[in-house]
Design a protein around this ligand. Structure first.
Ligand code: SF4
Length: 243
């Protein structure tokens, strides 16, 4: 059970009472302030997750999804990754970034010195974009779908309050900032989302399609900038790493 600051103060006052001739005093206001306990972020995220679970704001997606994909990781994370939307694997498992692109993202996270559970991962869209029956692959979410679902992501960011955000790919950037740009213009430099530093880099799926060392190195250089911003130690091996 979480102990309040008040518990510590009561224990201290009792000790003073036992060892001193003078009775300790505390004002009502100080006691009220001490009773305040910062809300737990897991508890704050739970009702948002529940609203997402039953959301039907996009009726076509609500009827085609297997389940919603809310987000995964540490609610106290200092680093949060944002992708565009769940694909078929994520829709099946209810977790973002679990397919091949997700495995590459996990490798990037681990090479940065984190575990997947230490960061937070979420998408702009919480439902898989529907595709025509019999078709393969995933569909890019539309601007309207992203605009409709975006408030949930904003709530997640406001609760988690990461020190750094990383947007993966141009679609995620459009969903987050509402503006489109080419990755050549956007990636590799700092942007800001509501005062939180935002790094934009390629989506891991792009790296799976384009295996050239120079593109992989670009993503890694973006992640080195993130580590610097988080004031994390960077080893020589990390500096010279190619994904
Ligand atoms: S995509 Fe988002 S807004 Fe649309 S139905 Fe799913 S959870 Fe609701």
């Amino acid at each position: 059970m979480q102990e309040t600051a008040l518990d510590f103060v009561i224990a201290a006052l009792q000790k003073i009472r036992q060892t001193s001739d003078r009775l300790p005093r505390a004002s009502r206001l100080s006691i009220e302030r001490l009773q305040f306990v910062a809300p737990n972020k897991v508890d704050l995220l739970a009702p948002v997750r529940e609203r997402v679970r039953i959301c039907t704001k996009c009726p076509h997606l609500a009827s085609s999804r297997t389940q919603t994909v809310f987000g995964v990781g540490n609610p106290d994370a200092e680093l949060m990754f944002i992708g565009e939307a769940p694909g078929a694997d994520e829709d099946k498992q209810g977790e973002p970034f679990v397919g091949r692109a997700g495995q590459l993202l996990t490798r990037i996270i681990e090479t940065m010195g984190f575990t997947r559970g230490e960061v937070y991962i979420a998408n702009i869209l919480k439902c898989r974009p529907d595709t025509p029956p019999g078709s393969f692959g995933n569909r890019t979410p539309t601007p309207l779908e992203m605009q409709t679902c975006r408030p949930y992501l904003i709530e997640q960011i406001e609760i988690i309050q990461p020190k750094v955000l990383v947007a993966l790919g141009a679609v995620a950037v459009e969903g987050l900032l509402g503006s489109r740009g080419t990755m050549r213009q956007l990636r590799g430099r700092w942007h800001s989302y509501s005062g939180t530093p935002l790094m934009i880099t390629y989506h891991p799926a792009y790296l799976l399609r384009n295996q050239t060392p120079s593109e992989k190195r670009k993503v890694w250089e973006d992640m080195l900038q993130v580590l610097e911003r988080l004031e994390r130690p960077i080893t020589e091996r990390q500096r010279n790493y190619f994904l």
